[in-house]
Design a protein around this ligand. Structure first.
Ligand code: PLP
Length: 358
């Protein structure tokens, strides 16, 4: 069987390790940029009422028309822009790559950034070009990006705005220079839109090659798996052709449409998370032994003293707190940890445990 595997499975796939998610059982979960707040019981009851009328024996609406309308209304997406739904924004990142993949074609992003850009480029058989961010503040090295664009002529550029896992938001003028220099599509990935005041959504149409990618995951609906791509309809009509039929299941369609009708609650939760982020950042800044990086997302990247990230990560876990250890994931993230902003008590527990370890 091993011979067969070696013969059949592509060498570049065999060389990968599957995306690993640790078991969070019993731990305070501050590792995955989830919204820590649930819904009030009355709203849950209303939601269950909606679900009870869903016809599970039928295929879902292939276009997700009701969710699309709810998204347009809740997010202010004008009718002259196209909208495409994905099973999480991950699926849209993959659909974009599949639609343009050809031997020799490249995907460009900055490094370190969202790991799926690189992985999906590989899945699609495309080459990935990662232009290093500036190591001191993780800002875009614009001359380096412009050089790489001229050199590699990428078919796709993904820019996370704000960036994951660093938390900073790139300079908007740098973004515009990149869009204008790009011979291909530029996808501005706004997964963290609820936690910043800046967006390219309102600028769609200003450049023919700009698309904006969003998700409901980080705003409180990670379990639903719903992402959306917005941009000129002619582009989205092409990308739509590689979408698998019925990619958004019927429970997600019903639940997302319901949740979006209650967007003020999600907005309120995002405001609370932003306030907690400010408090957590201030508390981390007061500790001598770690350096937090400014964040416009719902997490904070921090750098520990040399060689301390692994023991701190493990020590936190021993005290029942799960965060993300980025040490070893990228040379620029040596000694780095990433903590998701949780509820006030969770953040306090994290700070307590961290202080004890330092
Ligand atoms: C979390 C994240 C996503 C993926 O979101 P899903 O919609 O849950 O697939 C996409 N882009 C960035 C930058 C992220 O951090």
């Amino acid at each position: 069987m091993h011979d067969q595997i070696a013969r059949l499975i592509r060498a570049d796939i065999r060389a990968l390790t599957a995306y690993h998610v640790p078991d969070p059982a019993g731990l305070v979960k501050l590792d995955a940029m989830e919204n820590p707040y649930g819904w009030p019981d009355s709203l849950k009851a209303e939601w269950l009422d909606v679900l009870s009328s869903v016809a599970l024996n039928r295929y879902p609406d292939p276009q997700g028309s009701i969710v699309q309308a709810a998204l347009r209304e809740a997010m202010g997406i004008p009718s002259d822009l196209g909208l495409l739904l994905g099973n999480g924004s991950d699926e849209l990142i993959q659909m974009l790559a599949l639609a343009v993949a050809e031997p020799g074609r490249k995907i460009l992003s900055v490094d370190p950034s969202f790991v799926m850009y690189r992985m999906i480029a590989r899945f699609a058989g495309m080459e990935y070009v990662g232009v290093p961010l500036r190591p001191d503040d993780f800002s875009v090295d614009l001359p380096a990006v412009l050089d790489a664009i001229a050199q590699d002529q990428p078919a796709l550029i993904y820019l996370a705005y704000p960036n994951n896992p660093t938390g900073n938001r790139f300079d908007s003028d740098d973004m515009v220079r990149i869009i204008e220099a790009s011979p291909g599509l530029v996808i501005v990935d706004e997964a963290y839109a609820p936690f910043t005041d800046c967006s390219f959504l309102g600028l769609l149409g200003d450049w023919p090659n700009l698309l904006v990618l969003r998700t409901l995951s980080k705003m409180g609906l990670a379990g639903l798996r719903l992402g959306y791509l917005v941009g000129p309809p002619v582009w989205l009509a092409e990308i739509d052709k590689v979408r698998l039929p019925y990619n958004i299941n019927i429970l997600t369609q019903a639940s997302a449409a319901f949740a979006l009708r209650h967007k003020p609650l999600l907005d309120e939760q995002a405001r609370t998370i932003r306030a907690e982020r400010t408090r957590l950042f201030a508390a981390l800044s007061n500790l001598d032994a770690v350096r937090p990086y400014p964040s416009e997302a719902n997490f904070i990247l921090l750098r520990t003293a040399k060689g301390r990230a692994d023991p701190i990560f493990n020590g936190l876990k021993d005290q029942g707190i799960l965060i993300k250890n980025l040490n070893g994931s990228h040379p620029m993230l040596e000694d780095c940890l990433r903590v998701t902003v949780g509820q006030a008590e969770e953040n306090a527990a994290f700070l307590n445990a961290l202080t004890r370890l330092l």
